[in-house]
Design a protein around this ligand. Structure first.
Ligand code: NAD
Length: 345
């Protein structure tokens, strides 16, 4: 039986993981707490830890996991900016779920965009109170507008095609543009200058951190709608707020927020929100915030559990070789070991 400490458990995680785990001899120890330096001891005696986007897997946590004999860090998400993979190299292997439902995220991005532009959130509240006035609810047609997609991987490409379905003109920027696609790539500055809607679908890296800052916002069209379902720190939230107050940003649709780690995924309705910036953003009539919800569909939850259990079995029952292994060298050196069907280290 493979023993796994499952950190940051939510009620919606348990059914799918318990079901797939029981089928394949994997036992999950469901823990409500997040993984960090104070909680890493709970992984003692386990073969692996299973973590999510806001668990902190830094060098100190990795050193302790290594000392406790934990062999594998299994991320149950795609992004891995919260794991120090350089420090894990040579100590603890890291696997992730590269794709579980890119449709879930792309469709949520469009749901946020439609809600915001057509003021559905306002209309919903009004009609519940029998207020049938239309004043202040004017939106704009998507048809004929330009959408700029930053990052044309799995999610970005699906979102781009959804936008095309609305008759939008789609342009894109990617650090590594797809060579075999019909996507119209432009420079980042051209995308900022031409887009009526900008949607972010690239990973958070040192290079992309705060890629939407004051100078980027300066280059955008007045009234631009920003959508972020990727990672919060892609946007400098202070600069976003300034852009909104200056009436430069027409609307912002945020599923992620830079300082979300201690706020999102929990019911904080009975507490005073200490994050002034988030509180101010939420108070804006043209900002919609969902709390990192874009992935949350039945299909995605099942795929996440199935792939994570598959990753654990590949690692523990297949000589440690797993296609979904991550290391800081993967893709960055010639003839990466994983591409030769070997372990990363
Ligand atoms: P992907 O790897 O398929 O695509 C990422 C794309 O970004 C690639 O085409 C890559 O070339 C491009 N890219 C890399 N560096 C770039 C840069 N500096 N500038 C512009 N483009 C760059 O990833 P994906 O599955 O499409 O996921 C995209 C992001 O969505 C993830 O990194 C993750 O942070 C986020 N995500 C969010 C949720 C959610 O629930 N909100 C769920 C899943 C993923």
């Amino acid at each position: 039986m493979i023993q796994v400490a499952f950190y940051d458990t939510k009620a919606y995680d348990k059914p799918s993981f318990a079901r797939y785990g029981a089928l394949r001899n994997v036992q999950f120890r469901f823990l409500e707490t997040k993984l960090n330096e104070d909680t890493v001891d709970l992984a003692k005696g386990c073969d692996a830890v299973c973590v999510f986007v806001n668990d902190i897997v830094n060098d100190k946590v990795i050193a302790k996991l290594y000392a406790y004999g934990v062999k594998l860090i299994a991320l149950r998400c795609a992004g891995y900016n919260n794991v120090d993979i350089r420090s894990a190299f040579g100590k603890v292997h890291v696997v992730h779920v590269p794709a579980y439902s890119p449709y879930a995220v792309a469709e949520h991005a469009m749901a946020l965009l439609l809600t915001s532009v057509r003021r559905i959130h306002k209309a919903y509240n009004r009609t519940r109170e029998f207020n049938f006035s239309l004043n202040g609810l004017t939106g704009f047609d998507f048809h004929g507008k330009t959408v700029g997609v930053i990052g044309t991987g799995k999610i970005g490409t699906i979102f781009l095609n959804i936008c095309r379905g609305f008759g939008m003109h789609a342009i894109a920027y990617d650090r590594y543009p797809a060579s075999d696609s019909d996507i119209e790539y432009v420079s980042l500055d051209q995308l900022f200058a031409q887009s009526d809607v900008i949607s972010l679908h690239c990973p958070l890296t040192d290079e992309t951190r705060h890629m939407i800052d004051a100078s980027a916002i300066e280059k955008m069209k007045k009234g631009v709608v920003l959508v972020n379902t990727s990672r919060g720190a892609l946007i400098d939230a202070e600069a976003l707020l300034d852009g909104i107050k200056a009436r430069k940003i027409g609307a912002a649709c945020l599923d992620v927020y830079e300082e979300e780690a201690d706020i999102f995924f929990e019911d904080r309705s009975g507490h005073i929100l200490n994050d002034e910036l988030l509180a101010r953003l939420i108070s804006m009539p043209n900002v919609i915030v969902t709390s990192h919800q874009a992935f949350l569909t039945e299909e995605a939850l099942n795929n996440i559990a199935e792939t994570t259990v598959g990753n654990l079995l590949s690692y523990f029952e297949n000589d440690g070789i797993c296609d979904n292994e991550l290391c800081y060298r993967c893709g960055s050196i010639e003839r990466c070991k994983k591409e030769r069907k070997e372990r990363c280290f």
